[in-house]
Design a protein around this ligand. Structure first.
Ligand code: NAP
Length: 310
């Protein structure tokens, strides 16, 4: 049987993904037609991205799975018409990009690079930074991205504490869970990295009370999702000097409006949701492998738990 794969991720992505996807399916020996249009009741798999024209999944009566092109699923997981298995994207190209972003921004703050990059003013400031072993980093979220970033930071010598919903053992880092674990993880964060998904449980996780657990002058790096942090509480903590800096890649509203106070804040760095992205060649392999699995009656990879929301 030839599977019908509906590419419902927009024209721009179709231009980028068409060839890698067809090549990947071919390499795996999967007989499939991939197109941006099929009668709904003839579709076997839906390749999806937020903003897709497909919002009602009810007509896709024979579809076996929705395969999300992105890691974050908060814009689809709560869709009441979605009864199909939903797979999210775990792509080694995406992971590598995130490891590079997080490592770069952690090293910027650890090494105090701004002091030398921004102040070429003739003043000799001979303060050498401490070694990584003397800078504590915490990572909230130890999934595909958080765990990879934490491991790189461990490799560089940082003492790393990680926090996740379920208990974990990851070589080289201390892994904590629960509200007490969160308090400890925050209290030990000279630099805090957020790589949690956005769910009802994680929205505004970092409110004023939890931000107050962070050591004075701590730095936040957030490539997770904007609503993980209470923006007003963050600005208040930065204004008071309780926090030293926030490097933010993701926001409650994107693009971040030009008049948003984050843009001009001296203790905020805005990056425009570029921490990492799905890479077509490697991501197409993940999509193709899931279609192969579906056709072979095997379990899908990277399934989302609708109850947990990620
Ligand atoms: P993932 O593999 O699903 O991992 C999520 C992690 O968060 C897991 O460790 C999970 O715990 C933990 N978690 C979820 N809810 C929690 C809760 N209530 N309390 C404590 N821990 C909780 O996700 P991922 O692939 O690493 O991606 C993480 C997020 O990165 C995405 O959801 C997306 O928002 C963001 N992202 C951003 C960019 C960008 O360019 N800025 C790019 C890609 C992704 P368990 O391990 O116990 O399940």
């Amino acid at each position: 049987m030839t599977a019908n794969v509906l590419f419902a991720a927009g024209a721009e992505q179709w231009a980028i993904y068409r060839s890698p996807l067809l090549d990947a399916l071919d390499r795996l020996g999967v007989a499939a037609r991939v197109a941006t249009d099929f009668p709904a009741d003839e579709v076997d798999y839906i390749v999806y991205a937020p903003g897709s024209a497909v919002q009602d999944f009810t007509p896709f009566t024979r579809a076996r799975a929705v395969l999300n092109l992105w890691a974050g699923v908060e814009k689809i997981v709560g869709n009441p018409t979605l009864r199909l298995p939903l797979a999210r994207m775990v792509d080694h190209g995406l992971t590598q990009g995130m490891v590079e972003y997080v490592t770069g921004h952690v090293l910027r703050h650890h090494l105090g690079m701004d002091a030398h990059i921004l102040h070429q003013d003739g003043v000799w400031r001979p303060d050498a930074p401490p070694l990584a072993r003397d800078r504590r980093v915490s990572v909230l979220g130890l999934g595909a991205l958080g765990a990879a970033c934490a491991q790189m930071l461990v490799t560089l010598g940082f003492p790393v504490t990680g926090w996740s919903r379920r208990p974990k053992e990851i070589a080289g880092l201390r892994c904590l869970t629960g509200e007490d674990g969160l308090g400890q993880t925050l209290a030990e964060a000279d630099i805090l990295v957020l790589l949690l998904p956005l769910t009802p449980e994680t929205e505004k996780l970092l409110d004023a009370a939890r931000l107050a657990f962070l050591p004075r002058g701590a730095v936040i790096v957030n490539p997770g999702r904007g609503p993980l942090i209470d923006d007003d509480a963050l600005i208040a903590a930065l204004d008071s000097g309780a926090l030293g800096h926030a490097t933010l890649d993701v926001f409650r509203v994107e693009p971040l409006p030009p008049d948003h106070p984050f843009w001009g804040h001296p203790r905020v760095t805005v990056t425009p949701h570029i921490a990492s992205e799905t890479r077509p060649e490697s991501a197409a392999e993940v999509i193709a492998e899931n279609i192969r699995r579906g056709e072979a009656g095997e379990a899908f990879l990277h399934l989302v738990d609708p109850d947990a929301g990620y």
